[in-house]
Design a protein around this ligand. Structure first.
Ligand code: NAD
Length: 267
């Protein structure tokens, strides 16, 4: 692997499974020390940490609910204690609580917005505060810090039966762009990654059976499901100085899911 993040520390939220776990491993393989945030699955978090340590990297486990201000602040304080500072935030933690719109409870709505949107606000704000406290280190990176928001193609594609989730990701889009506009002058780089269908526990029903997978393929022009490493490698590159001029952008990684599939045989 490249070593594009040597000397940097990354916090990855929701890193005990799926995309977050793969991203933590990808960042560590680039030389970053990684804080592996988790909420309820210590075994997954420990597995990610062991994989990183076996390869000579540094990892710290941090249990915190990203929707709770005090827990997020404690996680950042622990990261600074362990590694001196934080250079990269990957605000990845997220969940679904699906319901038909007319049956959706206020609890379902608030739960998803609290984790997927407020959680990103709380983590991004602590990250920006830490970047500004520590200031520039030109030997380490051209920017003083990077924030990557894990969005979704559902910041673009409406999603019936998932209005809370789609609203949270639509919110992430303008949260990301607004803070990119506000923080760019401090040399804080802010972007989103918007995955399409990636094989993880969040969407097991969409890929578990051959029938589900073949119906999923109708939505993916490139005709394969995404793997978590597709997102890990994208985030690693986006955090590196190779991507230093990319700011305020949502990078869609979806095998073409946002290309209005269905139109290809409409000729
Ligand atoms: P996942 O369920 O494996 O990962 C989500 C992680 O977030 C889990 O580890 C979970 O424990 C954690 N989490 C949930 N609530 C939390 C909280 N309050 N505090 C801390 N951690 C919490 O699913 P995934 O697919 O890896 O999802 C990761 C991100 O990618 C999510 O934001 C999701 O919306 C986004 N995403 C996934 C896909 C996909 O196809 N898998 C597509 C688009 C976007």
């Amino acid at each position: 692997p490249n070593q594009r993040l040597v000397g940097q520390t990354a916090i990855v939220t929701g890193a005990s499974s799926g995309i977050g776990k793969a991203t933590a491993i990808a960042l560590a393989s680039e030389g970053a020390s990684v804080v592996i945030n988790y909420i309820g699955n210590p075994a997954g978090a420990e597995e990610a940490a062991s994989l990183i340590q076996e390869n000579g990297g540094q990892a710290l486990l941090a249990q915190a609910d990203v929707s709770k201000e005090d827990q997020v602040q404690r996680m950042f304080a622990d990261a600074v204690d362990a590694f001196g500072t934080v250079d990269i935030l990957v605000a990845n933690a997220g969940l679904q609580k699906d319901a038909k719109f007319i049956d959706m409870t206020l609890k379902d709505w608030q739960f998803v917005l609290d984790v997927n949107l407020t959680g990103q606000f709380l983590c991004a704000r602590e990250a920006a505060r830490e970047f500004l406290r520590r200031g520039t280190r030109p030997d380490v990176s051209q920017s003083i810090g990077k924030i990557i928001c894990m969005s979704s193609v559902h910041e673009i594609i409406p999603w019936a039966g998932h209005s809370n989730y789609a609203a949270s990701k639509g919110g992430v889009m303008l949260l990301m762009k607004s803070i990119a506009q506000e923080l760019g002058g401090y040399k804080i780089r802010v972007n989103s990654v918007a995955p399409g269908a990636i094989r993880t526990p969040i969407n097991r029903g969409a890929w578990e059976t051959p029938q589900a997978l073949s119906s999923l393929m109708r939505l993916i022009p490139y005709k394969r499901i995404g793997e978590t490493s597709d997102i890990g490698s994208t985030v690693a590159w986006l955090c590196s100085d190779e991507a230093d001029y990319i700011h305020g952008h949502t990078l869609v990684v979806d095998g073409g899911m946002t290309l209005y599939p269905g139109f290809e045989d409409n000729g």
